[in-house]
Design a protein around this ligand. Structure first.
Ligand SMILES: [Mn+2]
Length: 371
């Protein structure tokens, strides 16, 4: 998988006329090298496929195992080193400069992700290389990662299967009297034992009035009879995220709730059916918004229709009213309309869709009728 990612990055580097890229971002370092960083890591890639992974000394042997890149450890402390170990007694940035200088990369254009490094770091890099040599390469990673390979899609599917086990646990647990936090605990237990090492994001179990807040997380509130419960959860598998939402009802839904639910579901179906290569991201948002407007809920749909999902739970493309760019084959996006009524509750339904040549392929399968 890393080989495929690297060749995609190299192709984009050549198109952009950048001969070397340096990334400090943990997702992009993983994408480039297969090494899962904790912190203080960087990766360097040249357009003739020289790969360097620079890690803190304590991560040196793990990096050698996980990555095929040339691994260099760094440490501020001059202590004993095993023969053969490549350890530099400098800080991360100085170690990068050493590699750039020694490999001759410093004489050509070097791409740095302006959107992912601190001002202080960028300033030092510009001082070292000279202003005309440093280029912003943020777009290269955004573009490469937005189009998923079959193996990346496979990991997102596996993460989705695990997340569905979490939804099932939630459905079994939701009943009048239970606390939101208890439901979350059962969800996360189930996902963990099914192979989810870390969550894609903090689980949301929002009942009743809390469901009116799209990003409410979990509280100790007890769920009452007849209340809605928005469950928005995501497992991670092989570092790839899933992100699914279902809205359950603890007891019998009121007719108002039923009406909102069906409007949201109809909006979601319309948006999903619009997904195909070439369709503008904003059009998908507009289609869902129009359905909700017809029901009189347009003003209560207070976020965008969806987002790309991959190594990060929110990544390019954003499916919002401002994104004029077309969807492309291989993108994986969420479709998640919601209606939020202050002081009353809300409904959101979210699925994950792969943009295929012929149209949408919904990879989540969890039941969507009122439960
Ligand atoms: Mn989402």
């Amino acid at each position: 998988m890393v080989e495929e990612n690297v060749s995609k990055l190299i192709r984009l580097m050549r198109e952009a006329g950048i001969s070397t890229i340096v990334s400090f971002n943990k997702y992009n370092v993983y994408y480039m090298t297969g090494f899962k960083p904790i912190e203080g890591v960087a990766a360097i890639l040249s357009s003739n496929n020289q790969q360097y992974l620079i890690v803190p000394r304590l991560e040196y042997s793990r990096a050698l195992e996980e990555s095929k890149a040339t691994v260099i450890g760094y440490s501020k402390y001059k202590v004993d080193v095993e023969p053969g170990e490549r350890i530099v007694f400098k800080d991360l940035l100085e170690t990068i400069f050493k590699v750039l200088r020694e490999e001759g990369f410093a004489s050509e254009d070097v791409g740095v992700e302006y959107s992912r490094v601190s001002y202080k770091t960028l300033k030092k890099i510009i001082e070292f290389l000279g202003e005309d040599k440093v280029k912003d390469c943020s777009e290269i990673f955004v573009r490469a990662r937005s189009i998923k390979s079959p193996s990346e899609i496979g990991f997102i599917e596996k993460a989705t299967r695990i997340t569905e086990e979490g939804l099932k646990a939630a459905l079994d647990a939701v009943s009048p009297g239970i606390r939101e936090i208890d439901v979350a605990a059962r969800i996360e237990y189930e996902m963990k034992i099914k192979g989810c090492r870390t969550l894609a994001f903090e689980s949301i179990v929002a009942s009743g009035v809390n469901a009116a807040l799209p990003h409410a997380t979990v509280s100790e509130k007890r769920i009452s009879r007849g209340e809605v419960v928005i469950v928005d959860i995501g497992a991670r598998y092989m570092e790839y995220c899933s992100d699914l939402t279902r809205t359950f009802i603890a007891g019998k839904p009121s007719s108002k709730l039923r009406d909102i639910y069906h409007a949201v579901l109809e909006a979601q179906n319309a948006a999903i059916n619009a997904v195909k290569p070439g369709v503008k991201a904003k059009e998908v948002d507009e289609i869902a918004r129009n359905v909700l407007r017809e029901y009189g809920y347009g003003h209560l749909f207070i976020h965008s229709i969806g987002h790309g999902v991959g190594l990060e739970v929110h990544e390019y493309p954003g499916l919002n009213s401002e994104n004029e760019k077309p969807l492309e084959k291989g993108m994986v996006v969420t479709i998640e309309p919601g209606v939020y009524v202050k002081g009353y509750g809300g409904v959101r339904i979210e699925d994950i869709v792969v943009v295929e040549e012929t149209g949408p392929r919904v990879i989540s399968r969890f039941e969507k009728s009122i439960l």
